[in-house]
Design a protein around this ligand. Structure first.
Ligand code: RP5
Length: 358
């Protein structure tokens, strides 16, 4: 607990320091270098603090460094201190509000904090108990799973490091309590690995010119699907199959959920695009509403950016698999998306907009 508070304080102090330096330098320097080409960005931009058209050299450099540091800090924070709220909501997902989670206040999430009254609801869905091919066995004693390791093609390692087991040998959620014991509707005990493709392009008009938003910044668009299980917009991600390479999962899920019934030519174009582009955005724990004390989602999110819009120019998106809708969505900081997907979008915006234009 103390460590968590210290970490939070460290992060807030770091932010204050970064902003103090940024504003301080801006005030002291106030140097206009509109004729300096060396530090000029590729496209003209306004100073984010004084809103003047020409370039303020130090201001821009420091602001850019700030945005980059912010992205790095956010990524660091995300892999270690990911939010854990949707998996503490009142009812467990996909149960029609019939399975109520035992309440877990924020201060009682950490397993190290004593919570003697804690009596989590036991829930594993009927479907999972029937042991379909994508699910583990219920009885761990006879299963002999290889925790924290690769296990016959199933990745039982966590991006967060070694996870612990409870007294009965069930993996323990590395972030903490969720109010539900068992696997809920997740197939694997411990980490359930997914992959999330984040396919982006700049918004353009019918003549192919970039469209600017009200703040004069280019608008980043991303492919989102509407999930059939909860009616929430989400990235077109999915589970990594046993033995499957994550890069294959990223491609497969995108084609299945966002480009159903596309032509062979389109498929090979997308495969080439996925193989030649790609920037890691996030890997780690996901605050998924299906998480329990013993089963949780982890993901690898990768950005594939269509720089000049040529890849998707003639491709029509078409939802498929579990999705019931698909669209190109203009990205903003306040988007509400499934699980932790909005947090991935924040990292993405830092990368494409804040660190380049602000
Ligand atoms: C989320 O669940 C992941 O980020 C990924 O988007 C998704 C995978 O689960 P399914 O879409 O296969 O249900 O936690």
């Amino acid at each position: 607990m103390k460590y968590k508070l210290l970490k939070r304080k460290f992060h807030s102090d770091l932010w204050i320091a970064i902003f103090a330096v940024t504003f301080g330098l801006h005030a002291v320097q106030n140097i206009h270098h509109s004729d300096s080409s060396f530090y000029r960005p590729k496209s003209p931009s306004k100073c984010v603090y004084c809103y003047k058209e020409d370039y303020i050299l130090m201001c821009h450099i420091v602001a850019q460094a700030t945005a980059r540091t912010a992205t790095a800090v956010r990524m660091l924070a995300n892999t270690s201190g990911m939010s854990h709220a949707k998996c503490r909501s009142e009812f467990y997902a996909r149960t029609n509000n019939t399975v109520r989670r035992f309440p877990v206040p924020l201060g009682k999430v950490n397993w190290e904090v004593p919570y003697p009254e804690y009596k989590p609801t036991h829930y594993t869905s009927e479907h999972v108990l029937k042991s379909p091919p994508w699910a583990d066995k219920e009885d761990l004693a006879s299963a002999g799973y290889n925790w924290n390791d690769m296990d016959n093609g199933v990745n039982r390692r966590s991006y967060l490091g070694q996870y612990k087991l409870d007294d009965e040998g069930h993996p323990l959620n590395p972030i903490g309590r969720t109010g539900v014991q068992g696997r809920g509707c997740l197939g694997r005990w411990g980490p359930n690995h997914a992959a999330d493709p984040i396919v982006t392009k700049w918004k353009r008009d019918s003549q192919g010119h970039q469209v600017l938003g009200p703040d004069d910044l280019p608008i980043l668009q991303c492919v989102l699907i509407l999930r059939g299980d909860c009616n929430e917009w989400a990235l077109p991600g999915g589970m990594v199959d046993p033995g499957e390479n994550v890069s294959k999962t990223l491609q497969r899920e995108f084609l299945e959920e966002a480009m159903d019934s596309c032509s062979e030519e389109e498929i090979s174009k997308i495969k080439h695009f996925f193989e030649s582009e790609g920037a890691e955005i996030y890997k780690g724990y996901v605050d998924d509403p299906r998480n329990t004390d013993n089963s949780w989602m982890e993901t690898y999110a990768m950005n594939f950016h269509d720089h000049d819009g040529s890849v998707f120019e003639k491709i029509q998106l078409q939802f498929g698999d579990d999705a019931v809708g698909v669209k190109w969505k203009d990205l903003t900081k306040d988007l509400k998306l499934y699980a932790s997907h909005s947090e991935f979008i924040d990292i993405l915006l830092d990368l494409h907009i804040n660190s380049k234009y602000l």
